[in-house]
Design a binder for this molecule. Structure first.
Ligand SMILES: Cc1cc2nc3c(=O)[nH]c(=O)nc-3n(C[C@H](O)[C@H](O)[C@H](O)COP(=O)(O)OP(=O)(O)OC[C@H]3O[C@@H](n4cnc5c(N)ncnc54)[C@H](O)[C@@H]3O)c2cc1C
Length: 285
């Protein structure tokens, strides 16, 4: 289908982009990779009057790794993450999750900022952001601010971003080398959005007990979420078959997915439990 008519701007500076968005009121939208917005326009789910293309803002396409963690510029593409060998050690969970995003062609254009702003409840990057306590740095007419990922996602396709705000960076805290982790999801076909998925990690103390467990879930609610009950089942335990089974059961009990055309709520609940159990088995191995 053809897109609805729209005005197009391609600013050279972030300040100009913010000014264009602010002037457009709610009728202007940022264009990043176009991999979600353009299909939505084709289906008339979105009809912005003005697209503000960020492609000239080269500073937004960067991956910085320091002792404090990983900073992903909003225009960083999935492919940039896949191709960056430093991330194998600096954030293996992020790399594993991005490998599951869509198909090669989409990973070649799609961006982390676009995915965070789009806020699909089954998308991998919002799940990683919530699981890892990421911070989302944004700038708008009122200046810059930083939003905790846990406060950013409100509902499907709805976030804490104001209409004139642009995501500039996603900040992931430092990743200890000995951390145990896994990412598991299930979809009908390779590259489809997950029917359910989990990102998890924990650290291990000198006595072999887990602490600092973070268990995140995607595809089983109206936004990505942390599962406190599953984390409680892991913290203080030696992660083995019994702990994995307990945490899987706790994860399954903690979520309330909806029935939809892809799966029943009961199936998604059971699937998440199995994925958490398998992820823990893989993490402790
Ligand atoms: C067939 C298909 C399968 C897919 N499968 C998956 C999948 O399995 N997992 C997955 O995670 N994604 C999947 N996607 C989506 C894909 O990952 C997109 O790349 C991703 O949603 C981000 O889109 P984008 O960067 O192209 O942003 P765009 O499409 O350009 O923008 C998306 C939204 O974010 C806003 N936006 C973009 N950048 C910013 C910014 N910096 N600040 C503020 N707002 C911004 C836009 O205004 C728009 O509302 C799939 C897409 C397709 C077409």
């Amino acid at each position: 289908m053809k897109l609805p008519a729209f005005e197009y701007a391609c600013p050279a500076t972030l300040a100009e982009a913010v000014a264009l968005l602010a002037a457009g009121g709610g009728d202007a939208k940022v264009l990043a990779g176009g991999q979600s917005l353009v299909p939505m326009m084709a289906f008339r789910v979105a009809s912005p009057a003005l697209l503000v293309d960020l492609r000239k803002l080269a500073d937004l396409r960067r991956i910085e790794i320091t002792d404090a963690g990983v900073r992903l510029g909003a225009m960083t593409r999935w492919r940039d993450i896949e191709d960056d060998a430093r991330l194998d050690a600096a954030h293996p969970l992020l790399k594993a999750a991005v490998a599951e995003v869509a198909h090669y062609q989409i990973r070649n254009r799609g961006t982390v900022g676009g995915s965070i702003a789009h806020a699909d409840p089954a998308a991998e990057m919002p799940g990683i952001a919530v699981t890892c306590d990421a911070e989302i740095a944004v700038v708008g007419r009122a200046g810059p601010r930083v939003i905790d990922a846990g406060d950013f996602f409100i509902a499907p396709l709805t976030t804490a971003l104001a209409a004139d705000e642009i995501i500039v960076e996603i900040r992931l805290p430092a990743w200890p080398a000995a951390r145990r982790w896994a990412f598991k999801e299930f979809s009908r076909r390779r590259g489809d959005f997950a029917m359910a998925g989990t990102a998890l990690f924990y650290d291990v103390d000198g006595g072999g007990r887990a602490h600092n467990a973070h268990v995140g879930a995607i595809g089983v609610g109206d936004r990505p979420q942390r599962l406190a009950a599953a984390e409680a089942a892991i913290n203080g335990a030696a992660v083995d078959m019994v702990t994995s089974e307990r945490a899987g059961a706790a994860a399954s009990a903690a979520v309330t997915p909806q029935n939809d055309i892809h799966a029943s709520a009961a199936y998604r609940k059971a699937l998440l439990g199995t994925l958490v159990e398998r992820a823990l088995q893989s993490a402790c191995a």
